[in-house]
Design a protein around this ligand. Structure first.
Ligand SMILES: Nc1ncnc2c1ncn2[C@@H]1O[C@H](COP(=O)(O)OP(=O)(O)OP(=O)(O)O)[C@@H](O)[C@H]1O
Ligand SMILES: [Mg+2]
Length: 270
């Protein structure tokens, strides 16, 4: 039996009443995360480890609990039970702002960008740089430009372009660059390539690889297994609220991943 078919409960670790736990070598560790919405149990005792400097792909069918899980990480809602650890220490995050302060940046599909503002204004929204109490537009423009350059985002012609005029891939890049500029240590992306064409998808996949190569942990939800196998270092598969399998990509084949997604189990070894 390969590691890919190991049940999640086999490597579950019970951590109770301690400030230290999870896998300390991991950026983020979840242990026994459960979330109920009334009678619906969206997450069932989920254990997940997300390392720094790697791309972890969270996959699973519609309604499997992927978005619910990342919202629990991002502080949108409290899990019904379970614990979250950040670099081995218990996370005391209760709001999205708490999670952002730790260095967790979540890029949702609607991206929350302001169409009527330019790229610089969007990247600094709520965090504007000031000099003698006036906005330091020159410094903001320079940093925005440099951040895009560092991330090899070359298709944007001017950082003074209005965001409403950008393509889907460019918007995605701006949202990611905004997260990076705020010193994110973990960037979470919910289906970042769902609405993108071939070239733009390639750009966003490149961006994820660039983030990981800079030591940032990337957790990405995707339904596109070609993208997943191209960019991910690790896979985590959800089925009906349970994390049924996780491990290095080499533990999986395309067909074992499909089987895990559709049945929650696999007979195929990688
Ligand atoms: N706010 C909510 N209130 C009640 N039920 C919810 C809520 N959010 C999610 N659910 C339920 O939790 C389950 C998991 O939903 P979730 O959105 O996490 O799935 P998903 O894996 O992200 O699916 P998709 O691939 O379609 O985006 C579903 O049964 C859904 O109906
Ligand atoms: Mg979802």
């Amino acid at each position: 039996m390969s590691e890919s078919v190991t049940s999640n409960s086999a490597h579950a670790e019970v951590v109770g009443g301690s400030d230290v736990g999870g896998d300390g070598s991991m950026l983020l560790s979840l242990r026994g995360i459960t979330k109920s919405f009334g009678a619906v149990q969206a997450l069932r005792h989920v254990d997940l480890d997300v390392p720094a400097g790697q791309v972890t792909a969270l996959i699973g069918d519609n309604g499997a609990g992927k978005s619910t899980l990342i919202k629990a990480i991002a502080g949108i809602w409290e899990p019904t039970s379970g614990e979250k650890f950040w670099m081995g220490k218990k996370m005391q995050t209760h709001t999205p702002k708490d999670a952002a302060n730790l260095g967790i940046a979540t890029v949702y599909q609607d991206l929350a960008l302001c169409d009527n503002l330019d790229i610089v204004a969007n990247m600094y929204l709520g965090y504007e740089a000031t000099k003698h109490e006036v906005l330091d537009e020159i410094a903001m423009e320079k940093t925005a430009q440099q951040t895009l350059k560092d991330l090899s985002v070359s298709t944007v012609q001017s950082v003074r372009q209005i965001v409403g005029s950008l393509s889907g891939g460019q918007r995605q890049a701006i949202a990611v660059a905004r997260a990076v500029m705020r010193d994110a240590k973990l960037v979470i992306l919910d289906e970042p390539t769902a609405a993108l064409g071939v070239t733009q998808t390639a750009q966003v996949l490149d961006l994820m690889t660039t983030l990981a190569s800079r030591g940032i942990g990337v957790l990405v939800i995707s339904h596109n297994l070609n993208d997943v196998f191209e960019v991910a270092d690790r896979l985590a598969v959800m089925y009906l609220g349970t994390l049924v399998s996780s491990g290095p990509k080499s533990n999986y084949t395309m067909s074992s991943a499909v089987e895990l997604i559709t049945t929650g189990t696999t007979s195929r070894a990688a």
